[in-house]
Design a protein around this ligand. Sequence first.
Ligand code: PHE
Length: 339
Amino acid sequence: MKQQLEQIKTAALSAIAAAENSADCENIRVKYLGKKGELTAILKMMGGLSPEERPIMGQLVNTAKAEVDEALSAKVNEMNEKATELKLKEETIDITMPAKTDKTGKLHPLNTVLNDMIDIFQSMGFDVVDGPEVETDHYNFECLNVPADHPARDMQDTFYLAENILLRTQTSAAQIRTMETRKPPIRVICPGRVFRADEVDATHSPVFHQIEGLVVDKGVTMCDLKGVLEQFAHEIYGPDTKVKFRPSFFPFTEPSVEVDVSCSECGGKGCRVCKGAGWIEILGAGMVHPNVLRSCGIDPEEYSGFAFGIGLDRLTTTRYKISDIRLLFENDKRFLDQF
Ligand code: PHE
C-alpha cells in the first residue's frame, strides 16, 4: 500500500511538472485529489489495515495529498504570473508616441467656390433651385430645343438608364422645371452635378458640376446678361478682370455667347494656365430661345430672358491652381487638407 501511495504521488508530481495550462491542472486535481481521485481512494482502502497501521498510513496519505496539493498550487501560481507578465508586455504603452488628435472636417474646395458663387448671385436677387440628377429626355433635351435628331446631342453623349431616362447632361433641365412651376419674374441659379460620356484626363471627367442661371421677365435684354455676368466675373476674379463676349451657338439660346476672362495668372500676356491665349473661357450664355419659353407655357411676345451655364470645376481648379481635375474627385485627404 505504501508503495502504491508512493507511485501515485510520483505520477501526480510528474503530471504537475508537465502541465501546460490551467485545464491540465484542473484535470490533475480531479484525478488525484478529487472525491473519486486516486489519493482519496487510498484513504478509503485503509479499512483493511490493522488499528496500529491505520494512523501511520493515514498520516502518510495526508502528507502525500498535501504535497501534491502544494505542488499543484505552486504550478497554478506560476502559470498565472506568467500570463500576467505576458499581458503586461503586450499592453505596454509607448508614452513617446504622438497622441491621436481629433480631425475636424472642412469644406471641399468645390463647395467653397460654390458657396462664394451662391453669395454673389443671391446678392443680385437670384434664388437657388435644385433639380433631379436622373432626368427625362423631355426636360434634358426636348424642352431645350434639342429634338431627337438634333446634331447638338452628339456633344452631350449621355448615360441612358432606360428609354428616355438619363443622367442629366446639364442643369438647364432644372430651369425648365422652374419655368413650369413659377411665373415670371424668374431669377434662379441651379447648381449641381452633371454627367457626360467623356474620356477621363487632366481636364475632363464624366462627372462635373455646373451652375446654370436663368432670368425671365418683361423687357430683359442682352444688356442685362452682360451686366450680370461682368459683375459676377469681377467679384470672382477681381475688379480689373477684362471680360470678353464671343458669338457662339447653343440650341436653347439665341443669340448665344461664350464668355472669356483675362487670365488671372498672367494678366493677359499668355502663360501655361491660359495656354498662351491670355484668356480663359468660363461660361456659355445667351438670350432664351423663344421655342424654350413656349415649351414652358411662357409667351415670348410678352417675356424675354437670358441664361448662362458656368463650369464649377474649371473655376475651382483655376482659383486654387490645381493642375488635374481628377484630384477633385479622388477624395484623398492629403490633397483636400491643403484647402
Ligand atoms: N447648358 C450649356 C452647356 O452645358 C451651357 C449653357 C447654359 C449655355 C445656358 C447657354 C445658356 O454647355
